[in-house]
Ligand binder design. Sequence first.
Ligand code: GBH
Length: 452
Amino acid sequence: MNPLTYASPFPSTFVFGAAAAAAQIEGAAFKDGKGPSIWDTFARTPGKVAGGDTLDVACDHYHRFDEDFALMASLGIRHYRLSIAWPRIFPDGDGAVNQAGLDFYRRVFASMARHGITPWVTLFHWDLPQALEDRGGWTARATVESFARYADTVVKAFAGDVRHWITLNEIRCFTWLAYGIGNKAPGRRESDAIVNQTIHHALLAHGHAVRAVREFGGPQARVGLTDNCDVSVPVTETAADIAAAEAWFEDKNAHILGAIHGGGYSKAYLERVGDAAPKVQAGDFDLISLPTDFLGLNVYTATYVRAGRDGARYEALALPANYPRADSPWLNLVPQAMYWAPRMCHALYGHRSIYITENGCGYNHEPVQGGEVIDLHRRDYLRGHLREMHRAIADGVPVDGYFLWSFIDNFEWEDGYERRFGIVHCDFETQVRTPKLSARYYADVIRTRCIV
Ligand code: GBH
């Protein structure tokens, strides 16, 4: 019998946090020796980012982190997932270390400690140094070596400040979307073979980050990947639809989670990609399959799947045009994603500790009125998704924490500043921060440890 019921509090050890990423909030894009990232270049390429927005100032968190952490602490948020900007540490990708970059994050960690906030640090959240892109970026195996050096440097420098490490954020987004579809930096449209090779290089980079944390992180350090797995939700919670949803999940995630946990690319995956299979060197999967301490999942949406007809293993359903969604066109509202994503990762890959490292929703018009933003749409999104996560825990799925995306409105990649994901409103003209209704709501959830 599991003691957790629908209305009961979250376990006392459950981690509630908020997340953001360096490139999206810091600004100071060329300050104190930082080199350009591929996103700085991409944003300056006409037509790539909505409104021609750049990352130059963003939320000016580079200069305002102390007040941001004070606000975070005042809302009761005690865990913060941030990323380190690789081009601040290595402006040329892999040349000399930029001491001013290390000093900045040292000040950040000191401020977090003063405010009682625990850091969860992502080593790579998409801001590849432009100098490395000029040498092939993630298509080049040499980038993996540069990343290994960067990971060693950062873990060594901050082993005393950081216990929770995340290797990479969302491999699909900086490989397939960046080198295949081309809507993310560097915006290339390469063949399937090249895209699959970028994914293989990302898996190797993940392995190197795990190795770096084991080597230099100290005995307390924990490490895991953050993946945005493709999530399936069975149309009905019957055995047949659940089995179909599992089969779809396994297929769709074969190239990343499947490969990492299977010790190699599966036969089914290799048959599917044929000539476009990645080139693998001896020993690659020793590194890629190094055991981790947890799995991070970014969960936003899902695909409905039901049992297949005429012998098909499954049928994935296209959504009707009037299915509810956020202003992000891909963000269909499917709260059950929060139940099925961790449940399937637990069942298929045996993970015993799972964190939701991102979950949230993006909307365009959220005006400040009378000193607040009445974002009931976001409060509803949060509540619905937290309930499904709570149900997963009640059913014995080991979900140990939740990080809301995002603490503050920020640079939403190709959507620029128009698309707001924050529970804190940012006025990008004045840099004034205003907690939204959803921030107050989340603060009450954290304080009571219940879905209020
Ligand atoms: C996360 O990505 C990121 O980690 C975070 O930085 C970001 O701000 C946040 O979510 C909100 O977007 O290109 O047509 O296939 C979410 C990633 C975005 C990946 C949408 C899949 C599908 C659109 N997802 N994308 S498409």
